[in-house]
Design a protein around this ligand. Structure first.
Ligand SMILES: N[C@@H](CCC(=O)N[C@@H](CS)C(=O)NCC(=O)O)C(=O)O
Length: 217
């Protein structure tokens, strides 16, 4: 049996993807939290990109969240990817797109001026609509959660943490996404994938960044 050790930063949405798969597949693992503002030397030696997540599998090192998700999925069948190669390739494309959405969300929560904030809100919503158009429901590809849902779940988790404080809903007018977000929020492996203090820490982190949206947090 292999030993898994995940190197994490508590607030990182990309690490959260790994934790969701580990929980969903009930894989035993250790987790080590580091401070990205003060990266330990041992971590810099392990991680070629200096980014989390890093997964140590016995003495081997894996990096990049999409690769880690796929590895964990592959060694614990049944797979959370479609079996059909075309459907699998399509899912991988949307996993890549969900990384793009996470990047937009990060910018949206860090932007400083009202003009930039409004433009980023529109860009984010336009891209969310593209994702929404692909959802079969209740999950992306139908009846069961797949890796593409795992990959995007951290995005909806963060929208949900911010929602009670925001004067408008980023998912407003997008009923498919509201239903999808509710599905994500009701899934135990996803809710258990962050520490209980993380939603509050996330709000504090955005607030401290001096972002435009800090005034609501
Ligand atoms: N493409 C990477 C992105 C990971 C990433 O951006 N991680 C952030 C934290 S959420 C990080 O480690 N940042 C540290 C840095 O860039 O120095 C993945 O999917 O694993």
């Amino acid at each position: 049996m292999k030993k898994y050790r995940l190197i994490s930063f508590k607030l990182c949405p990309f690490v959260q993807r790994s934790v969701i798969v580990l929980k969903e597949k009930q894989i035993a693992f250790e987790i080590e939290y580091i401070d990205l503002a003060n990266k330990p030397e041992w971590f810099l030696k392990l991680s070629p990109t200096g980014k989390v997540p890093v997964l140590q599998v016995d003495d081997e090192v894996l990096f990049e969240s999409a690769i880690i998700m796929e590895y964990l999925d592959e060694v614990t069948p049944p797979s959370l990817h479609p079996a059909d190669p075309l459907k699998k390739a399509k899912a991988r494309g949307w996993i890549e797109f969900s990384s793009h959405l996470l990047g937009l969300q990060y910018q949206w929560t860090h932007i400083k001026t009202e003009t930039e904030f409004n433009a980023k809100t529109q860009e984010l919503q336009a891209n969310l609509k593209k994702f929404a158009a692909e959802i079969k429901g209740p999950w992306f590809a139908g009846e069961s959660m797949q890796l593409v849902d795992v990959a995007i779940a951290p995005l909806f988790a963060r929208f949900a943490w911010l929602a009670p404080k925001m004067p408008f809903g980023i998912l407003e007018g997008l009923p498919i996404l509201n239903a999808y977000a509710a599905q994500i929020a009701a899934t135990p492996a996803i809710t258990a994938s962050v520490l209980p203090e993380v939603p509050e820490l996330y709000g504090d982190y955005v607030k401290k960044s001096g972002a435009y949206m800090a005034k609501w947090l």
